[in-house]
Write a protein of this length. Sequence first.
Length: 527
Amino acid sequence: MMKSVYHIFTALTLAVSANIQNPMLWADVPDPDIIRVGDTFYLVSTTMHLMPGAPIMQSKDLKNWETVGYIFDRLTDSPKYDLQQGSVYGRGQWATSLKYHNGKFYALLAPNEAGAMGDTYIFSAEEARGPWTLVSRMRHFHDCSLFFDDDDRVYVIYGTGEMMELKPDLSDVIEETHQQIFQREEDETGLLEGSRMIKHNGKYYLLMISHVYASGRHRREVCYRADDIHGPYEKQVILESEFGGFPYEAQGTIVDTQDGDWYGIIFQDRGGVGRVLTVMPCRWINGWPMLGDENGKVPETVRPVACGQPETHIVKSDDFADTRLGLHWQWNHNPIDNAWSLTERPGYLRLKTNRIVTNLYEAPNTLTQRMEGPTCSGAIVMDLSKMQDGDCAGLAAFNGDAGVLTIRKSGKHLTLSMTEQSVSLSEREKQVTDVKIKEIESMPLTTSKIWLRIDGDFRPNGHGGGQDLATFYYSLDGEQWTKIGSDYRMIFDYRRFFMGTKFGIFCYATKKKGGYVDIDKFKYTKK
């Protein structure tokens, strides 16, 4: 009897552990669009000023995700993408719409910029991992959804209920087709955005995020439904739920499985880690895609679509043994390709200085990965022997407000410091106008090799937010770690970076070009 009870308990434990734990992706993966092709789900997210941009992630079970490609390597409309004459912090690629039609993948995105920099791009590809080819550029459409109807007519739905038809070759809009397909309700005083259009059982469903600034009303996901794409549309609130000790969530879409089940993928703001993804059942009730559990709330766990899938991740360790940079990495702005290498010293990432700057926020070739909750740790091993006078290199919890471990060379001497840094940006050009730096602790170094580590803690603190603490360490042998500085409270600021905190590996020159550091490995753990 005891053996049977033990086996039952073990089976139940394994079943629970096999479930998807919400957040499905406890990392900065905002503005999701998700589609299914065959037995595979494809997800695209916003990464703004990081390059390559518009990451495509893949999963068979909605639990295990990996990055398989990017829609573009870089954007080139302005030197600001190269961190010159300004920046694109918090701008760049936004809210990409992903579709599959007649055997091809399509992606539509519009950088959050003014003028030609904000033109809408349409790309296509034979495979989701790429390569992607630019099809056309046209006027800016905010938070838009590309939609292919059953009759092969193509539409873009954008803003707050605006729609235009595209030419069959997707080269541009058909000018006379502009339409306001619904009018917002009187109490809908906040934004209505994040358009995602699907068709199900002959009806059109437009999912949007809604902010209602009224007592007892919260951020929520709404749906507009019509029998004809041109309307008239009726509206239903399909999700209004807080989750996990954080405020209410909304913006995302729904997707079906091969077996006919439906799921919602919706993001939630979670402070310093960024905007995380949750998954939940989608139940069709009276023709509406109602999200959440039987009580309309985001569940803590959801069963995966398929069992036995290999474990995959979007954030990874790296020994830099490959000759190509892994898809889990992104550069801060466009990289300078001749200023980094994986082949000059095999097994190492070499970051070389080639531009004189005064601070981290103007430095090219900072290499980033997301931080993840509930807790995570990222560590690097650096060879400092080829640094030059004035060079700065290290590891950061990188954001508009950042905690930074920096090794600085002054003359022949090396110093390690832990600082708190905060950047000020001009409103229009996103020019770096000031960087406030507060040194918490520093110490001299007498070694040319050092290990640096940052631990992140994003567990809820019980007060409608997370701990969002970064803790900093160094080691001289890779075994014994010493804390340096103080715990740093990471924050999310939509006015500047508009993204979650990233691990950032950097090397830049403040006096003369030509120095470099070699990074032996990046060791990552998540708990």
